[in-house]
Design a protein around this ligand. Structure first.
Ligand code: FE
Length: 240
């Protein structure tokens, strides 16, 4: 299984603090059944921004550790790009990592709102051949108040990624219930752990999928896992 959203690089954002902690996360990923994982450190977040070369260099270091410790896992470069008016420009000037060098980018909206210019950015990226994947829409307050906004973004050409912990109830009952609503409305295409560390923001990767199974969403489990695989292989996404 492939995880397309994770904070694995140490001491650069709110992910692991040390290289040792990063390695523990990689070992834990294997326990969760993950075989490939994209490192999506924050980019242009109000508090954190990890630059292009730093991601590349640190992923290389982790790949060497993986081989040294015989961890059966592949790690890919990526970014979790915060929405900003210049995000397309940043992509064009090779400052923003796509997901595993594909034509997909992970796009994070502000927590409370969906700015009107989001639609323009989605169109602009699509024009460049890049499909934005909206990170954890289930945690966005404005989408919660008005789910039509996500439907409109998807109709514009964006995709959506749901977070494992949202499904397990880790972020509360409200987020859990809304996550299932979005899944049932066929507005979710991909799946990610958004892991930050082992204590406060763990993987919950298997648990999130188990929740979907319990809710009889077996087709969705297959779909999101297939699509995650398609992202790293730069193949077209299947929709429901
Ligand atoms: Fe994240």
């Amino acid at each position: 299984m492939i995880d397309i959203h994770s904070h694995l690089l140490w001491n650069v954002d709110d992910g692991p603090a040390t290289l040792e902690e990063s390695i523990h996360l990689l070992e834990k990923a294997v326990n969760e059944g993950i075989t490939g994982i994209i490192a999506t450190s924050h980019f242009q977040h109000p508090l954190y921004s990890v630059n292009f070369n730093q991601v590349q260099d640190m992923v290389k270091v982790l790949q060497i550790e993986i081989e040294k410790n015989n961890i059966p896992l592949k790690i890919y470069t990526g970014h979790e790009a915060r929405l900003s008016p210049n995000v397309t420009q940043l992509y064009k000037s090779f400052q923003l990592h796509t997901l595993a060098n594909s034509n997909y980018v992970l796009l994070e909206l502000p927590s409370y709102a969906v700015p009107l210019y989001t639609f323009h950015i989605v169109q602009e990226l699509l024009k460049e051949g890049i499909t934005p994947i909206i990170a954890h829409p289930e945690k966005n307050n404005e989408i919660y108040e008005n789910p039509t906004l996500l439907e409109k973004l998807v109709r514009t050409g964006a995709l959506a990624q749901i977070t494992a912990g949202s499904l397990t109830g880790y972020f509360g009952r409200r987020v859990q219930k809304f996550s299932l609503d979005l899944v049932k409305a066929n507005l979710i295409h991909t799946y990610g752990s958004d892991v930050h560390n082992l204590s406060k923001r763990p993987f919950l990767f298997k648990e999130g999928l188990a929740f979907l199974e319990k809710k009889k969403q077996l087709d969705v489990v297959d779909l999101v896992l297939e699509n995650n695989y398609r992202v790293i292989n730069n193949m077209p996404i299947l929709s429901t």
